[in-house]
Ligand binder design. Structure first.
Ligand code: UDP
Length: 235
């Protein structure tokens, strides 16, 4: 049994591989191969990509920039990531559409919900870029929003190098314990950093399940879609 429709959230960091900054095409190709695997299971795949490998509004604000202006730049960064992912997926023969919350009609389609679901019904992967289209939000919130809109059964939160959700940072504390299952309420009450609180609230209020897993482990994406036990599930 596999999920019928999933929303995959990939942070921008996933695109940069071992480089300091930006996009590493070979890393993107590796990700695309994993995405193809889940597509080949017959699962409808929507993807929200972040932009943190290129630009983060909050960081720029800390350095003196106007927050809204910096956030719009962050949203533009997600469009570049989405285009790179589309390129890799289509090289593998996976028909892919990029839909943006900001209008950039020369390079991708505008986000129109009914058109997005139609693409999926026709077997295309849809990459949602431009975040929510509004500053002061994150691409995690965009993931929760699009998951609700396209009626995805689950959000696959692909993490870089961490296996799931822990009671404390596993990179700092050796005795950190991973949770197998959590509730959204617990995540919010304990301020667990899976996603920001706006995104977490949206998931809680709309009963969107999350699977938080390590995407650096090959095959994990497929395992998650097949419903194998891995990472942390948040319900
Ligand atoms: N952003 C925004 N509104 C959104 C989504 C993203 O303003 O709805 C901006 C924000 O500046 C953010 C940047 O885009 O820092 C990159 O997105 P995010 O940090 O969510 O990417 P990720 O951490 O997933 O790579």
């Amino acid at each position: 049994m596999s999920y019928k429709r999933v929303l995959l959230k990939m942070s921008g960091e996933a695109m940069k591989g071992h480089t300091e900054y930006g996009i590493d095409p070979q890393t993107v190709m590796k990700l695309a191969k994993e995405i193809k695997e889940i597509k080949d299971l017959g699962t409808d795949v929507g993807i929200v990509v972040g932009g943190g490998n290129i630009w983060r509004g909050k960081t720029a604000e800390g350095l003196g920039m106007d927050r809204a202006q910096a956030d719009y730049m962050g949203m533009l960064a997600t469009i570049m990531n989405g285009l790179a992912l589309q390129d890799a997926l289509e090289k593998l023969g996976v028909p892919t559409r990029v839909m943006s919350s900001l209008n950039v009609s020369e390079v991708c389609e505008p986000y129109i919900r009914r058109r997005a679901t139609r693409h999926m019904e026709k077997g295309r992967v849809v990459v949602f870029v431009g975040g929510t289209g509004s500053p002061y939000f994150s691409t995690d919130t965009a993931a929760a929003l699009r998951a609700a809109e396209i009626d995805a059964e689950v959000i696959l939160m692909a993490k870089n190098g961490v296996e799931g959700v822990y009671n404390k940072d596993p990179r700092k504390y050796q005795d950190a314990i991973m949770y197998n299952e959590l509730t959204h309420k617990f995540v919010l009450e304990h301020g667990l950093e899976i996603m920001d609180s706006t995104a977490a609230s949206l998931c809680k209020d709309n009963h969107i399940d999350l699977i938080v897993f390590n995407m650096n482990q090959e095959g994990n994406m497929k395992r998650a879609v097949l419903g194998e036990k891995l990472g942390t599930i948040v319900k």
